[in-house]
Design a protein around this ligand. Sequence first.
Ligand code: CO8
Length: 257
Amino acid sequence: MSYETILVERRDRVALITLNRPKQLNALNVQMARDITDAAQKFDADETIGCIVVTGAAKAFAAGADIKEMTDLSYMDAHRLDWFHLWDRLADVRKPMIAAVSGYALGGGCELAMICDFIIAADTAKFGQPEVKLGVMPGIGGSQRLTRAVGKAKAMDMILTGRMMDAAEAERAGLVSRVVAPEKLLDEVFDAAKTIAAMSLPSTRMNKEAVNAAFETGLAQGVRFERRLFQATFAMRDQKEGMAAFVEKRPPSFSHD
Ligand code: CO8
């Protein structure tokens, strides 16, 4: 797999997607949206991969959608091109995805990080939805995912003022799960990704699906959904192996089925 705007590599069961338009601070042009979604979908279909990591560069995870590409867009262009469906395909990836964020994660960059299942940030990270300053607004789910992540007060503050939130504030607000020193970021993320990738793949898929259902359903319906998935895990060889390994006091050896 080789792409124009991203680098991809795999380390055992972990896949790494690195955004690679450093001169533009990883501004997300349409080609990059195509490349990221294509790579993520291929890794999603590859049963030898258990977790996908998305990262950028030290200065910028991604400074937003490519403003220069959008400047002269008409309403009809935006309507006809409908790039958004590319990002929907990324949100449809069933395997766990972690965003490793250093530096700026602004606009579409913050939205890309939020499409991932969780964010681990370097203490240099800065998050924001500054679209209002350009006379527009978030367009890849930011108004919805940021609000679900940090609540209405902070989401309104961020989206209406366009201000940035540093890593410490983002951790306090629940936008990121961990903050680490920049030089430790990739090691920390790979450790988490390797841990996830060593679990039973159907089990991590179901766990992800259940947590995401919390954003789509009421409590009673969500709990019923969780119960059905829990029951379904007993149809898996990995459930037998995981529980047998515990009883026999040995590490499990999952076959991912
Ligand atoms: N788009 C295009 N180019 C960019 C972008 C961007 N979002 N961000 C930075 N660049 C380019 C700059 O133009 C500059 O290029 P050049 O050297 O050719 O002039 C280069 O990257 C370096 O940038 P700066 O010189 O500005 O670097 P600074 O360190 O001075 O500033 C900042 C860094 C603060 C990150 C600054 O670059 C900035 O404010 N960038 C724009 C941030 C922004 O507004 N992001 C939101 C964009 S809109 C958006 O994301 C909408 C999402 C929904 C779209 C849905 C489409 C499908």
